[in-house]
Write a new protein. Sequence first.
Length: 403
Amino acid sequence: MVNVAVLGYGTVGSGVVQVIEDNNEVVCKKSGTDVKMKYILDLRDFPGDPYEKYLVHDFNTILEDDEVQVVCETMGGVGAAYQFTKQCLEKGKTVCTSNKELVAKHGPELLEIAKNNNCSYLFEASVGGGIPIIRPIMDALAAEKIESIIGILNGTTNYILTKMEQDKAAFEDVLKEAQALGYAERDPSADIQGHDAARKIAILSSLMLGETVDSDKIYTEGITGITADDFAFAADAKQTIKLLGVSKVTEDGKPLTYVAPFMIDKSHPLAMVNDVFNAIFVTGNMVGNTMYYGKGAGKLPTASAVCADVIDGARHVGKNVPCYWENKEAALAPFSEASHSFYIRIKADASAELEKLIPGGKFLTADVAGQKAYITPVITEKKYYETAATLGDAILSRVRVYQ
Ligand code: HSE
C-alpha cells in the first residue's frame, strides 16, 4: 500500500485528488499496489468539500508520517514549495510536481537529494501540462542523441497569437478576452514576456544535454510587439507567427537555447497548433522528427501527468528513478552568434535603404498603408542590430523566421 499526500489544494492539487479517487482502480492496477489518498495540505478550510477529511494545516503531520511514501507538490513558487520538497526527499518520500519554476531553478539539486535518499523527484507535469514529454525524452528516446527541441510551450500566448491571426485583432484586445475567459492570468507578464516558456525550454534543454540550462540566462523575447499588420504580411509569405522555445546544438557542437516569436511556414506541423494547445517537436539523430501535442495546462490534464508520476513513484518505493541531469551548468553558445532570416516591417520610404543594407531578400505585400515588409536572407544577430541602429525608428517591427 502506498499513501499519498497533496501539498496545495488549488486547481492542480484538487485535480490530483480527483484523479486518484475517481480513477483509483486504474491507478492501483498500474501501480501494482493499493494507492490511497491520506492528506491534503492547505492553509485554507474547505467546508463541505468531498475530500475535506484529508485536509491538514500542518506540514509536519505529513513529513513525520512514515506511511506517506509519495507527496505531490502542487503549491507553485520557489519558497515553501522548495523547503517542503527538500524535507520530503530527505525523508525518503518521492515528490511529484507540476511546479516548473521550482524544477527549472532547483531541479538538479532536488534530483541529487532524491538519489541520495532512495526516492525520486518526478516532474512530468512541469512542461506541457498533460502532454507526455519528460518521460519520452528520458525513456523512449533514451538511445538518441537529441539534436533539437522546438516547442510551443505556452498556451496563453498561443491562444493570443491564434486569435490575432484569425480575427485580425490587436494584441491588447485579445489579451483582455483571454483574461475574461480565464486563459490568461490577471498578471500575464510571465506568459506574454516569454518567461514561462523559458522555464519550460530550460527544463527540456537540461534533459537533452544532461547538464543544467539556467532559464535566467536564456535569450527571451515575448509577443507584446506583434501586431495585426505582422500577420497580414506573414499571410503573403504563407507563414504564421508562433512563440517558440528552441534548443539545438550548433554546427560547432555548442548548445543554443532561446525563446522568441518566429514566423513559421504554414506547412510546418507546429504552425497547425492553435488556441491553448501546446506541442513539442523533438528531433533525434536516429529516430528523426517526433512530435507531442495536447493540452499544455488545465486542471485535469496537468493532474493526470502528476498522477502518472505518482504511479511511477508507487512502483519504485525505496528506489530512485534515475534522471540524466547533472548539477553542472551547460556552456550555452551566446545568442548574439545565432543567425536567422528576419522579417522586417518598415516605413515605406525607408525600404530602399533597408534593401541596400541587407541585399538579397524579398518584399512581401499586404494592404497596409505606408509600410513595407522585407524578408532578409540569413544574417547574424549582430548584422540585424547594426542595420536596426542605422535605420532607427523607420523599423516598425521585426520577427525572426524559423527555418
Ligand atoms: N500559464 C501557462 C500557459 C500555464 O499559459 O501555458 C501552464 O504552465
